[in-house]
Design a protein around this ligand. Structure first.
Ligand SMILES: [Zn+2]
Ligand SMILES: [Zn+2]
Length: 291
């Protein structure tokens, strides 16, 4: 049996003369970067102990050519998006790089410089943090984890990434991909209607966006601004304020009850009260406004 056979799943013994890539972990050679090590976790009979390292302690790791390409892509993207640098400041380059690490660890294609600014902002927002954790250097810096040694390297790129770290990247990437989908009508997760307007579907890219508790996103928006179901109804009936602008006081709409108090309708917003169009005409006539 060779040493390699004893390496944990996803690892291999680092071949003589090579060192693990700081990013994907495969054995490589080339110029190294020093990663600071502040403490070292040591396994003891009682559990684990963290020993403080001498000031200036570090581990020297190279970066393989594929991972240098990832870093170059990130640098090019940041250079092409001055808005990101303005928004994030000096961490823009690093956060873009780690977001690409996250995508790369998942085997996802990396975006080019032509990525839309909003997509880039979302990508960095969602993947920079989980992506930072997948780098092999994290086994040593800033804390040298128990059982970590540079004599072990990843068997294939990213094969040494912990499963939970990979799962966090995957969850973030799923959200990022969902962000790009167009909004579509979505049913309430429990098949309910909106408690206020009675709509059976709400627009969104994911259910959690379309529905907030028992309210559709439109009504929930009114509620989060301190509004009532009556305010939500007025917003639906008079979205441009054409009626309310011409009135000193907002009139009461007779029988205007939220759906939960008078169920009915066909699943369209406010259809239990006759529908938005009919309500708009009725209210305009009531207050003598010609639309
Ligand atoms: Zn690498
Ligand atoms: Zn609603």
């Amino acid at each position: 049996m060779t040493t390699a056979d004893l390496a944990p799943i996803g690892f291999q013994a680092t071949p003589e003369g090579m060192t693990p890539c700081a990013v994907c972990g495969i054995p490589t050679t080339g110029p190294t970067t020093d990663y600071p090590v502040f403490s070292r976790v040591v396994a003891t009979a009682a559990g684990e102990r963290a020993d403080t390292m001498p000031k200036g302690a570090s581990v020297a790791l190279p970066t393989c050519s594929d991972c240098r390409d990832i870093e170059a892509s990130a640098a090019a993207i940041v250079a092409a998006h001055p808005g990101l640098r303005r928004a994030l400041g000096s961490v823009a380059a690093w956060q873009t790089t780690t977001a690409l690490y996250g995508l790369s660890a998942l085997g996802q294609p990396l975006p080019g410089q032509d990525i839309a600014p909003a997509r880039l902002r979302d990508l960095v927002h969602r993947l920079a943090a989980p992506g930072a954790v997948v780098a092999y250097s994290r086994r040593f810096s800033p804390v040298w984890l128990a059982d970590s040694a540079t004599k072990l390297a990843a068997r294939t790129p990213w094969s040494a990434v912990e499963l939970d770290a990979l799962a966090e990247c995957r969850a973030a990437a799923v959200e990022w991909l969902a962000d790009a989908r167009p909004a579509r009508p979505l049913a309430h997760p429990n098949g309910e209607h909106c408690a206020w307007c009675g709509t059976a579907t709400a627009m969104g890219r994911r259910t959690s966006e379309a529905w907030i508790g028992k309210l559709c996103a439109t009504c929930a928006d009114v509620q989060s601004g301190g509004g009532t179901s009556d305010d939500a109804l007025w917003q639906a009936v008079d979205p441009d304020r054409a009626i309310r602008r011409r009135m000193p006081r907002r009139p009461r709409i007779d029988g205007a009850t939220p759906w939960r108090q008078r169920r009915g309708g066909n699943g369209a917003p406010w259809s239990h009260l006759g529908g938005v169009e009919a309500l708009r005409r009725d209210v305009a006539r009531l207050v003598g406004v010609t639309l």
